[in-house]
Design a protein. Structure first.
Length: 266
C-alpha cells in the first residue's frame, strides 16, 4: 500500500471557514500559517499544507494561553480543539512513516490508520458545518408564522353538502352512548390456578393440634398438607405463635427435625 494519503475531490472537502457563525475563534500563528485553527483542515485536505510541518506543541501552547484569557470558558470550542488536535497528532505520527511500500503488517496497519484519520477529520468538519447550518435555520425560522386565510368564496360554494340520514333522536342516543362513562378494564385471574391459604387458619389448626398432643415435629404437623404453599403457610403460623410466646422451638442441628412444644397448655 502506498504511503500517500487518499486524495479527495474538492467537492468532498467542506469549506474551511463558511457557516461557522462564531466570532473570536482561536487562531494560530505559525511560521508557515497564520489564521483560524479549524482552517488547517481545509489546507491539509487540499495538500496546501503538510501536517509534518505543523508544530502541534506550539499550537497547544497558544491554545492554553487563549483559554486562560477567556472571561468565560467555552466548552464547545475546547471540545472542538481537543478532537481536532488529537486527530492531527495521530495523523502526523502516521505520516512520519516511510513513503515506500512496506511488507510489515504493523507498518501497513499504521498507513491505513493515517487515511482513516484523515477521513475522520473531514467527517468531523462536515458535521460541524451541518450543525451550524441547522442552528442558522432555527434562528431564521423562529419568527415564521403560519398564514391564516379563509377559503375563497368561489371555492367555498363548491364544497359538498354533508347529508347524514340520522334523526335527532338517533343523534341523542349516540351522544348518550359516547358520554356514558366506560367501565374500568379488569384483568381476569379466574384462569390462574392458585391454592388460597390463610395463615390465621393454620395458626388455629396448630393451636388445637398442639393443645392436644403437647409437642410434635414440624414434619408431623405438615403430614396432611398436599401443597407446598400450605407448608409455607403452616411454617409462617409457627413463627407467629412463637413470636406470641405460645410455642417453644428446638432443633438438634442444621436440617434436623424442628421440634415444637406448646407452652400455654392448660
Amino acid at each position: 500500500m502506498p504511503a500517500t494519503a487518499t486524495t479527495l475531490p474538492p467537492s468532498a472537502v467542506p469549506p474551511a471557514s463558511a457557516g461557522d457563525g462564531r466570532t473570536g475563534s482561536f487562531e494560530v500563528h505559525l511560521g508557515i500559517y497564520d489564521g483560524p485553527f479549524d482552517l488547517l483542515l481545509g489546507l491539509i485536505s487540499k495538500h496546501k499544507l503538510d501536517i509534518t510541518e505543523v508544530s502541534l506543541a506550539k499550537v497547544t501552547d497558544e491554545f492554553v494561553s487563549y483559554i486562560r484569557a477567556m472571561q468565560e470558558l467555552d466548552l464547545d470550542e475546547l471540545t472542538e480543539f481537543l478532537v481536532i488536535a488529537a486527530t492531527l497528532l495521530d495523523l502526523k505520527a502516521a505520516r512520519l512513516l516511510p513513503s515506500a511500500d512496506v511488507d510489515d503488517a504493523e507498518d501497513l496497519a499504521l498507513l491505513e490508520a493515517r487515511d482513516l484519520l484523515f477521513a475522520r477529520l473531514l467527517e468531523y468538519r462536515a458535521f460541524k458545518q451541518l450543525a451550524s447550518w441547522i442552528d442558522g435555520r432555527q434562528n431564521d425560522e423562529q419568527f415564521w408564522v403560519a398564514r391564516r386565510i379563509t377559503i375563497p368564496e368561489e371555492f367555498a360554494a363548491s364544497l359538498p353538502q354533508v347529508l347524514l340520514d340520522v334523526s335527532l333522536d338517533r343523534f341523542a342516543r349516540i351522544a348518550v352512548e359516547a358520554m356514558t362513562p366506560k367501565e374500568p378494564p379488569v384483568v381476569a385471574v379466574d384462569h390462574i390456578h392458585a391454592a388460597r391459604v390463610s395463615v390465621p387458619e393454620h395458626m388455629a389448626y396448630l393451636t388445637e393440634r398442639l393443645h392436644e398432643v403437647g409437642a410434635a415435629t414440624f414434619r408431623a404437623l405438615c403430614a396432611d398438607c398436599s401443597e407446598v404453599i400450605e407448608v409455607v403457610a403452616r411454617f409462617l403460623a409457627v413463627l407467629e405463635l412463637y413470636r406470641e410466646g405460645s410455642l417453644a422451638l428446638d432443633q438438634a442441628g442444621p436440617l434436623a427435625d424442628l421440634h415444637i412444644r406448646w407452652m400455654n397448655r392448660d
